[in-house]
Design a protein around this ligand. Structure first.
Ligand code: ADP
Ligand code: MG
Length: 256
């Protein structure tokens, strides 16, 4: 029997990216199953954001393979094309339309809809309304639907933005430090939300807050100097000698 290639939702193989001679991504190999919720941690400058940039087409790697599903080569596509394939990214700072309601923001984000004007001056279809209600429920903003996005609390804005991504039915969702600036209660709710999305979507979360990581993580990938240092459960990575060295800065002097 021949070995058929295992199908990952996302795989990076031998990826390299230099900035002015500095290796931000260094022979990076990363594999993720469909429906997985994967947490990526790593010290500042480890290459986490650059990795997201490479997946979403914002940065082109110097070498290496980046594949979505079995045979879609992401390195051949631009940011827009990659987004259209079903890869959504949430940046740290929320970018909602503050003068529009929560409902309108979600409406504007639905698949197929185009500009603010053409959307808000067209008639909403029952299917669109139903989809928006569904997303409102998922992100816990049903009772905020008619409130202007600008008046939402910080956590609620972040949930709205996750909702705006969900409205587009992404297959893969990339979320950069969702708990930053949140209260403990908001953080816990965000964790529940992300966990609830797994299975239906594949989710990559970049996070620093280890309490939060412990709440949501199944598999954690530790990135260091643009390379995967270690992968496993939260306990496994927290007890890993190399991870402890990197995080506590206990540098062993090289003996040569
Ligand atoms: P992280 O998100 O893990 O903190 P980054 O991916 O932002 O790390 O950065 C990794 C390294 O690459 C850093 O040393 C950073 O300064 C460098 N870097 C990232 N983007 C650029 C760029 N556009 N130009 C030059 N250097 C960059
Ligand atoms: Mg970063």
């Amino acid at each position: 029997m021949s070995h058929s290639k295992r199908e990952f939702i996302l795989s990076l193989e031998g990826v390299n990216k230099e900035f002015d001679g500095f290796k931000a991504i260094n022979d990076l190999n990363f594999y993720m199953d469909a429906g997985e919720l994967r947490v990526i941690i790593g010290p500042n400058g480890a290459g986490k954001s650059t990795m997201m940039d490479i997946i979403t087409g914002r940065t082109r790697p110097d070498t290496g393979k980046v594949e979505f599903g079995k045979d879609t080569d992401l390195t051949a596509l631009n940011e827009y094309q990659i987004n259209r394939l079903g890869i959504g990214r949430k940046f740290q700072t929320p970018s909602v339309y503050v003068d529009h309601t929560v409902f309108e923001n979600l409406w504007l984000s639905l698949e197929g809809t185009r500009s603010v004007w053409s959307t808000l001056f067209s008639r909403i279809t029952p299917a669109q309304r139903e989809r928006i209600q569904e997303v409102l429920k998922t992100v816990g903003l049903v009772d905020r639907a008619d409130v202007k996005a600008g008046s939402l609390a910080h956590g609620q804005k972040q949930w709205l933005e996750i909702g705006m991504l969900l409205a587009q039915n992404p297959r893969l969702l990339l979320v950069d430090e969702p708990a930053a600036g949140m209260t403990d209660e908001e953080t816990a709710k965000t964790g529940e939300l992300l966990v609830s999305l797994a299975g239906k979507h594949s989710v990559i979360v970049i996070e620093h807050d280890m309490v939060f990581v412990r709440q949501i993580a199944r598999t954690v990938t530790v990135l260091h100097q643009g390379h995967v240092l270690c992968e496993g459960t939260v306990d496994q990575v927290q007890n890993n000698e190399r991870v402890i060295e990197v995080y506590l800065g206990r540098k062993k002097k090289a003996e040569h």
